[in-house]
Design a protein around this ligand. Structure first.
Ligand code: FEO
Ligand code: CA
Length: 669
């Protein structure tokens, strides 16, 4: 394992940058690094380029105002764009409220303890809102959708701003970590289901005495495992000799709400939680021979967290099969607080970024999911059966279906190739003895099929009209010569978005077409090679698309996660309205932006288009070394922002915001 570098503000960034990718030649300069050096980071707009190139591309201030007025007129999104930039606060378009709804540590039950950052415990955390909110879904409880269940993933923890007096732990072998702190971390992972309600004044608040409120986490939430891998020898551990039950889920990134109203939690960077004490002279893990091929392909063990030092379950020297039990999609019925969540192995094992699904024209369920790793793949799952009225029957659709992986051909077609044991190269001769093996090693099966290695697939958002939007966030390890039509830029610092058009609007199609909607980054810098629609202003372009949503009017919205790379754009992460049709196609407009160091997740629009839920994840952490006037890594005692409380002694808190229009109307309409 390579040591994280001080250039990164927290371990998530550092480990991501040093992720073990076979094609990685080392640490080359990225385009962004070149740009940073050349233009002195992001004084670009105000400085050198501010008086030259911006005038020709975006026009002078007066021209810009006129252009923006014209854009506001033609845009399908009725709001006035906010300026890009970065500071300690969040910003929303004029005429809207963005109110804090739930913060890390807020009670989710009437009898839960209040947040006390100096005296945290796992018991308290189990009754409080978790850390690093990512996916947000909403399941209405009444016709008017004034009450509903908010389903929120808690992806990971940042111990350096979460715990007093600790600092970053990955640099020195986690010397400050204890079993108590690890248990708090576990209790802060997973997800929260909580009832929220809107009052007569249009204000949303949590309902703390609701019977539905629950936390789902890796400390003590029981789950079952179903699908082809359930009960297989490779799923068995000391704690679960049958291979059919498991405690919890973690690193839940994006997710989805199924057409039948269940909550899907995608398990993403599970590899980072596993430990080994068996290291070679270079400090690299020595894998057990029996598990070496699979664990290597999945990056296990990552050693990002100290969990395996205190819990044998996370130590592959003791439990080499445990990693096989993570990297799946978990389904939870939020309407039944006693129900056991289910890990569905029919959807394949990889670093699932998300799990957005819909009812296809045929009546079948189709679910899209990206594998968020450099050079990994885009998948979709098609159920065998059709969606009906019976919820429990519908839940069976995620146990019985076909997983496909995408090959993006140069002729703008896409082949969806099935991962089925016995078909093509997926045979015993190639190491697959059963469909269980195929699902556990979905990545290796996809390798054999010749799937297209992508620039880090993040959220994939299907549209009911037959199109599908694939967020490819960035990939600075793609070398010149490794480009392909669907990943056209080497050293891709800013990412792109692919639009798939499923044949005849049928999401079950196995041969469809694709094109690129936008290539991201600054359109002023030719070297970047960005392409945007004509009405994109200097504030509207972005880098590193991450999550996506389709609103009630069928329009696309994109949220970004640049990590420490925000200094390559000079903008914090935000929510952008992105046109998909007509002459404005590819034009983007900034609606909301996060405080320094945060990424933006969610977003989720209610069916009446009057409420938007946004999740601000890890405020105050990413890239604070480039934050002018701060220029250091954040700690609990010394964070770059104390958003959203701004109170001495209170650290920054990941929070879900609720956005409404001040006049109570529909958002952006
Ligand atoms: Fe958790 Fe791929 O972002
Ligand atoms: Ca994400």
């Amino acid at each position: 394992m390579q040591k994280p570098d001080d250039a990164f503000c927290n371990k998530a960034e550092a480990y991501e940058a040093f992720d073990d990718i076979p094609t990685n030649p080392g640490c080359n300069n990225t385009i962004g690094d070149v740009i940073n050096r050349r233009y002195g980071r992001r004084d670009v707009m105000r400085g050198f380029l501010g008086v030259t190139a911006t005038t020709t591309l975006f026009g002078s201030t007066a021209m810009f105002a006129a252009q923006q007025a014209r854009a506001d007129e033609t845009s399908r999104y009725k709001f006035t764009e906010i300026p890009g930039g970065i500071d300690e606060k969040h910003h929303i378009a004029d005429g809207y409220n963005a109110d804090v709804l739930l913060r890390w540590g807020d009670p989710i039950h009437a009898d839960a303890p209040q947040f006390d950052p100096q005296n945290q415990s796992a018991d308290s955390q189990l009754k409080q809102f978790g850390y690093n909110n990512d996916y947000v879904g909403f399941v209405p409880l009444n016709e008017e959708a004034t009450r509903g269940l908010l389903c929120v993933n808690h992806e990971y923890t940042n111990e350096e701003v979460m715990f007093p007096g600790l600092g970053r732990q990955d640099r020195d072998g986690f010397s400050g970590m204890t079993r108590e702190l690890v248990d708090i971390e576990k209790a802060a992972h997973g997800g929260t289901i909580i009832e929220v309600a809107r009052d007569a004044n249009g204000k949303w608040a949590p309902v703390l005495d609701s019977k539905y409120n629950r936390r789902i986490q890796p400390l003590n939430t029981e789950m079952t495992i179903d699908g082809p891998a359930a009960g297989h020898d490779r799923m068995k551990t000391t704690a679960d000799p049958d291979g059919k039950t498991i405690i919890g889920t973690f690193n839940n990134c994006a997710g989805g709400i199924t057409p039948w109203g269940t909550y899907l939690m995608a398990e993403e960077n599970f590899h980072g939680y596993f430990w080994t004490d068996n290291l070679d002279a270079d400090g690299k893990p020595v894998l057990p021979q029996s598990h070496a091929i699979s664990h290597k392909r999945y990056g296990v063990p990552g050693r990002w967290y100290a969990w395996g030092k205190f819990d044998d379950r996370f130590n592959i020297d003791k439990e080499p099969n445990e990693p096989n039990r993570h990297g799946w999609i978990v389904e939870v019925d939020p309407m039944d607080p006693q129900s056991l969540p289910v890990k569905h192995t029919a959807l394949g094992r990889f670093r699932h970024e998300g799990a957005e699904s819909l009812k296809a024209k045929t009546g079948q369920l189709v679910l899209y999911s990206g594998d968020d790793n450099r050079f990994d793949y885009v998948y979709k799952y098609v159920s065998n059966g059709k969606i009906g009225e019976d919820k429990s029957a519908n839940m069976g659709l995620l146990s019985d279906g076909t997983l496909y992986v995408a090959k993006f051909n140069d002729d703008a077609t896409v082949d969806w190739m099935p991962l089925v044991h016995g078909e093509g190269p997926i045979t015993a001769a190639n190491g697959f003895d059963s469909q269980a093996d195929v699902m556990i090693d979905a990545r290796i099966a996809a390798d054999l099929l010749g799937a297209t290695p992508m620039d880090r697939p993040e959220d994939i958002q299907p549209h009911q009209d037959g199109r599908v939007y694939v967020m490819l966030t960035n990939n600075t390890r793609r070398k010149p010569g490794d480009e392909n039509a669907a990943n056209p830029r080497a050293d891709n610092s800013f990412g792109h978005i692919i639009e798939i058009s499923e044949t005849d609007g049928d999401h079950t199609a196995t041969k469809s077409r694709w094109n690129i909607l936008v290539t991201c980054g600054d359109p002023l810098i030719a070297q970047v090679g960005a392409q945007w629609g004509p009405e994109t202003s200097e504030h509207g372009w972005f880098g590193s698309p991450d999550n996506a949503a389709i609103d009630a009017e069928g329009r696309l919205w994109i949220s970004t996660d640049q990590g420490s790379g925000w200094s390559k754009t000079g903008k914090s992460d935000g929510l952008y309205a992105l046109e998909t049709d007509g002459a404005s196609r590819g034009s983007s407009k900034l609606f909301f932006r996060t405080p320094i160091g945060g990424e933006l997740c969610g977003p989720y629009f209610t069916g009446d288009q009057k409420t938007l839920f946004l999740a601000v994840q890890h405020p105050g952490t990413d890239g604070t070394k480039d934050f002018k006037g701060f220029e250091r890594a954040s700690t609990f005692e010394d964070p770059a922002t104390r958003w959203p409380d701004f109170k001495d002694g209170i650290p920054p808190r990941p929070s879900v915001l609720v956005v409404t229009k001040k006049d109570g109307g529909k958002i952006a309409s």
